[in-house]
Design a protein around this ligand. Structure first.
Ligand code: PGA
Length: 252
């Protein structure tokens, strides 16, 4: 059985006290309707330590939004996977399209970050997806195939099983445009086929593939009902406990 996961990506939103209130709101709103879903929040770096404390003993888990690939050293402004792991964080988002677009992340650095996260026992939430022009010219399958080949398929079967994949069509992120449930299913099934071809069916069937891109309370249910969609990576709608909880409940 694949894990069902709803992960909130807060991006550069919420200061420490706002973030802690949001975690409290999520914790107190979790009911039986949310059972069986792994719930993850990803606050900015400065709030991670307190977020781990606030989430302790609840169903909420904590993720970082990024990491650096080197262990230590002269990399001003950067945070290593070892530092993230040391404060009790369990996940790290890697390869988000905003990092690719604004911070020059590429396949080489993404590969190293994934390796570093796995070496420290963090679960990478690895993001991929095509931009608008690529979708419009029908290149989306080709694009995600290249990303999977260049960024993930260097891993062994044992390693890749520890990764969560998030398919995030860039044209749908923060735009209010969403992939239709059919478009999401089509790509998710394709990603799983690529995993099957590379690692075999048992491995491919064990990996959770999340959808991200304007996923909201009103469209989550239909998207999550698709066979190969195992949850969502949620941006805007993760910033309000009520919306985030409604998305988690969409699994039922
Ligand atoms: P969005 O962001 O839900 O605001 O579109 C998703 C993401 O970037 O992970």
């Amino acid at each position: 059985m694949r894990k069902k996961i709803v992960a909130g990506n807060w991006k550069m939103n919420k200061n420490l006290s706002e973030g802690l209130s949001l975690i409290e709101g999520i914790k107190s709103g979790l009911t039986a309707a949310h059972k069986g879903v792994d719930v993850i929040v990803s606050p900015p770096y400065v709030s991670l330590t307190e977020a781990v404390k606030a989430a302790a003993g609840s169903a909420v888990k904590v993720s970082a939004q990024n990491c650096h690939q080197e262990e230590n050293g002269a990399y001003t402004g950067e945070i290593s996977t070892g530092m993230i792991k040391a404060i009790g964080v369990e996940y790290v988002i890697i390869g988000h399209s905003e990092r690719r677009q604004y911070f020059n992340e590429n396949s080489a650095s993404i590969t190293k970050k994934i390796n570093s996260a796995l070496a420290k026992g963090l679960t990478p939430i690895y993001c991929n997806g095509e931009v608008k022009e690529e979708r419009e010219s029908g290149k989306h399958f080709e694009v995600v195939k290249r990303q999977m080949n260049d960024e993930l398929f260097h891993l062994s079967a044992e390693e890749v099983k520890k990764v969560v994949i998030a398919y995030e069509p860039v044209w749908a992120i923060g735009t209010g445009l969403t992939a239709s449930p059919e478009q999401a299913q089509e790509i998710h099934a394709y990603l799983r086929k690529l995993l099957t071809d590379k690692y075999g069916e048992a491995v491919a069937e064990s990996i959770s593939i999340l959808y991200g891109g304007s996923c909201k309370p009103d469209n989550a249910k239909e998207i999550f009902s698709k066979k190969d969609v195992d949850g969502g990576l949620i941006g805007g709608a993760a910033l309000k406990a009520e919306d985030f909880l409604a998305i988690i409940a969409a699994f039922n």
